[in-house]
Design a protein around this ligand. Structure first.
Ligand SMILES: C[S@@+](CC[C@H](N)C(=O)[O-])C[C@H]1O[C@@H](n2cnc3c(N)ncnc32)[C@H](O)[C@@H]1O
Length: 219
């Protein structure tokens, strides 16, 4: 177990304290090599990737989904892709703004395609491409905001497909995420399948909203 109050704990705190995308990317450049060891250590016990993968399998990949195509948005080093590897998806693509994090994800061998993308801007993917979109740990302080990201994740999801994401509890309302979900619902774009509080960085006692959206068939 890593000693508490080491640089490892500071990385998590520093990531959340990022004042700009540039600061955030500089932090992940330093953190990428040791990220997996640190967040999976019992001092942090980052359980969200596995919990989201389980939810994706339960809600989106359960029906013999060997043809399903998944997008892991803000994939980082690939913890979610590895956890999703248990599902029989046809392919998992990943996007992230940090090249060093993507370089680690590439080594996992579970992703078909990994590309650099800024989720605070429109995503260069076609409409209706993915059966399941996951986004874990990226809707957090100092990272990615709700607009346009949530709408963009819904746009690239196929009709009746799902977006499974975590949103750090403390920014769910003040960060505008709940309001953005209400907006997408009011526009008839999505229905909320799940909106529940789950363990997140369990070693810190952090919680996140597990948000599962289903894209509504509007034809
Ligand atoms: C806490 S990590 C989560 C990574 C992975 N999903 C996981 O659960 O381990 C947050 C990720 O968000 C990415 N990120 C931060 N800002 C971003 C942005 N504007 N666009 C895309 N990715 C971003 C970081 O590079 C980092 O890989």
């Amino acid at each position: 177990m890593l000693a508490p109050n080491t640089v490892n704990e500071l990385y998590l705190g520093q990531a959340r304290a990022s004042g700009s995308t540039k600061d955030c990317m500089a932090l992940y450049e330093r953190w990428a090599e040791t990220y997996d060891d640190e967040v999976t250590d019992e001092a942090q016990d980052y359980v969200a990737p596995v919990l989201v993968a389980q939810a994706a399998i339960q809600y989106g990949l359960s029906n013999g989904a060997t043809n399903s195509i998944v997008l892991d948005a803000g994939c980082g080093t690939g913890l979610v892709g590895v956890a999703l590897g248990l599902a029989k998806a046809k392919a998992i693509d990943g996007i992230d703004l940090s090249q060093p994090m993507l370089a680690i994800a590439r080594k996992t061998g579970v992703y078909r395609d990994l590309t650099v993308a800024d989720m605070n801007a429109p995503i260069a993917k076609a409409d209706e491409t993915y059966d399941v979109v996951s986004c874990v740990g990226t809707f957090t302080l100092g990272h990615v905001g709700p607009d346009p990201a949530l709408r963009e994740l819904v746009r690239v999801t196929k009709t009746k497909g799902i977006v499974v994401s975590t949103i750090l509890e403390e920014i769910w309302v003040p960060g505008g995420f709940q309001a953005e979900v209400e907006k997408l619902k009011a526009e008839g774009l999505v229905k909320v399948v799940t909106e529940e509080l789950i363990d997140y960085v369990k070693g810190h006692g952090d919680k996140a909203v597990l948000l599962i959206l289903e894209k509504i068939d509007r034809t």
